[in-house]
Design a protein around this ligand. Structure first.
Ligand SMILES: Nc1ncnc2c1ncn2[C@@H]1O[C@H](COP(=O)(O)OP(=O)(O)OP(=O)(O)O)[C@@H](O)[C@H]1O
Length: 476
């Protein structure tokens, strides 16, 4: 076997070498000396690797032997007091630089390293080459409040998707419940995150409303890593898919709330369509320039009006700019549709349905550059229900009933990369998977939740700048 064929993983010999070598006469003392030397080197390597165990133990032993147990107890007490004081004085830095690094080392040693080779083999991540078994190398373990993050050097031939598929099995093998894998900037590495506690288990309160909405990053909720989830609306349309009670309303309301500053100042105009009788969106009616519900013919008319507005704007901007910039005279137009399938699939009046489909098709294909955006919620993402799915660049998958629906909403392979929308429990409404800019793997997020009172308050605080009760157009 040529020497250059080397796998950069940990080599686990399958069986002791079974070779017949020519007989050599080795003196007994030389053998003993060799074994001792090897043992000494191994112990030294281990002592250096686990210095955080050996140094304090060595110090404790030395203190005990040199100065007696009383001094040892006093030093231990002093160390404990320093840690306690640090925790009381600045808990954040204590947790970050003191406690969690310590927990990480202990968990790495007692949980991950001890079972690593066997878990890799049973989860199908080890390989055999030239008669030897190789397992990926565990490089680092980091812990935080919610889970453990393992940086691993993959074996040649593995990609982060292999780890994403095995992540749940790995989590269970280490006696945890939830695991995801993500790629890193280095192509030979993958980061596997195991959750001990779900950071998205609690409801997210409504987020602060910026005076001027940042269309490149509207804050709508929280990601698993604790950072805010920001959605880019500029140049996009948004599709939200989720089963009944998955929390589609919370996504729509989080979005409307993030735009509320612009609604009040006139930079943003929201037209709301609520085919389910106005139940979902009615509480925020003062925010909407148009609010249509129940009447399909009326909705078709308003959508056609939006098309007209879009075409006029496109004609005006042609040759002037390639991207519309919202202003009070020419505001961003956001069409919010709750339950899109009620307009595109379940309507019995074919003529009206065709008008709606035509208008929606035009808005979705031509609206982005001229500042006309569609935000639509949907329960059933099947192709025959929504023919325009591919025209939504931004898609959000909340709880879905079947695994195939994940591919329909988030695209092929999204589920293999970790978007387990069909596994989101009923107890976590408002939790879903989204794609993040520049990140291959979908991220799990939770959207903020607005109660009816919050929505009414939002309507009072941020009602349209030009609104008086007479001019609001409501179509029933
Ligand atoms: N982000 C959230 N955080 C916490 N609880 C939520 C969240 N979103 C929704 N809920 C809870 O789930 C319930 C259902 O939410 P919502 O009406 O938004 O679901 P939906 O997907 O729109 O359902 P449907 O399709 O039946 O209209 C809400 O009454 C609320 O109690």
């Amino acid at each position: 076997m040529p020497l250059i064929n080397i796998i950069p993983g940990d080599k686990i010999p399958v069986a002791p070498m079974n070779l017949r070598l020519p007989a050599w006469r080795v003196p007994g003392w030389l053998l003993v000396f060799w074994w001792l030397l090897r043992g000494l080197v191994r112990v030294t390597v281990l002592a250096v690797r686990y210095w955080w165990l050996t140094v304090p133990t060595g110090l404790a032993l030395w203190l005990r032997l040199e100065y007696g147990g009383l001094l040892l107890a006093s030093v231990a007490l002093a160390v404990a007091a320093v840690c306690l004081a640090w925790w009381r004085w600045h808990p954040v830095s204590w947790l970050r630089f003191g406690w969690y690094p310590m927990v990480a080392r202990v968990r790495a040693l007692l949980i991950y390293r001890v079972r690593w080779a066997s878990v890799m083999a049973t989860c199908g991540l080890a390989t055999v080459f030239g008669g030897d078994r190789y397992v990926p190398r565990l490089l680092r373990v980091r812990c935080d409040r919610f889970g453990d993050e393992l940086t691993v050097r993959m074996l040649p031939g593995q990609i982060p998707d292999d780890w994403a598929q095995a992540a749940e099995r790995l989590a269970y093998a280490f006696r945890l419940r939830d695991g995801h894998a993500r790629s890193t900037s280095r192509p030979d590495r993958v980061v596997v995150r195991f959750l001990r506690r779900d950071p998205l288990a609690t409801t997210i309160d409504p987020l602060p409303v910026p005076d001027v909405p940042d269309l490149d990053g509207l804050a709508l909720g929280v990601r698993e890593d604790g950072l805010p989830y920001r959605l880019r609306l500029a140049g996009s349309h948004v599709l939200v898919a989720g089963a009944t009670n998955a929390g589609k309303g919370s996504v729509l309301w989080s979005l409307i709330r993030s735009l509320a500053g612009g609604i009040r100042s006139g930079l943003v105009e929201v037209w709301a369509f609520d085919p389910k009788g106005g139940m979902e969106l009615a509480a925020g009616a003062p925010l909407f320039a148009r609010f249509v519900y129940d009447d399909p013919d009326g909705m078709a008319g308003v959508l056609e009006e939006a098309v007209k507005r879009m075409r006029l704007r496109a004609a005006r901007l042609r040759g002037v700019t390639r991207q519309h910039v919202p202003s009070v005279e020419d505001p961003l137009l956001v069409l919010v549709v709750d339950e899109l399938a009620a307009l595109t699939a379940y309507l019995t009046d074919r003529k009206v349905r065709d008008r709606i489909k035509e208008a929606l098709g035009l808005l979705l294909s031509q609206g982005r550059a001229v500042g006309v955006h569609v935000i639509a919620a949907l329960q059933d993402p099947r192709k025959d229900v929504l023919p325009f799915r591919d025209l939504f660049p931004t898609r959000i998958g909340l709880r879905l009933t079947e695994a195939e629906q994940v591919h329909m909403v988030l695209g092929d392979g999204a589920r293999d990369r970790g978007a387990l929308c069909d596994r989101i429990p009923d107890s976590l409404p408002g939790v879903g998977y989204v794609a993040l800019d520049g990140v291959r793997e979908p991220a799990r997020v939770r959207f903020s939740y607005l109660t009816d009172d919050d929505i009414r308050q939002l309507g009072r605080d941020y009602q349209r700048h030009d609104r008086n009760d007479d001019d609001q157009e409501v179509t029933e």
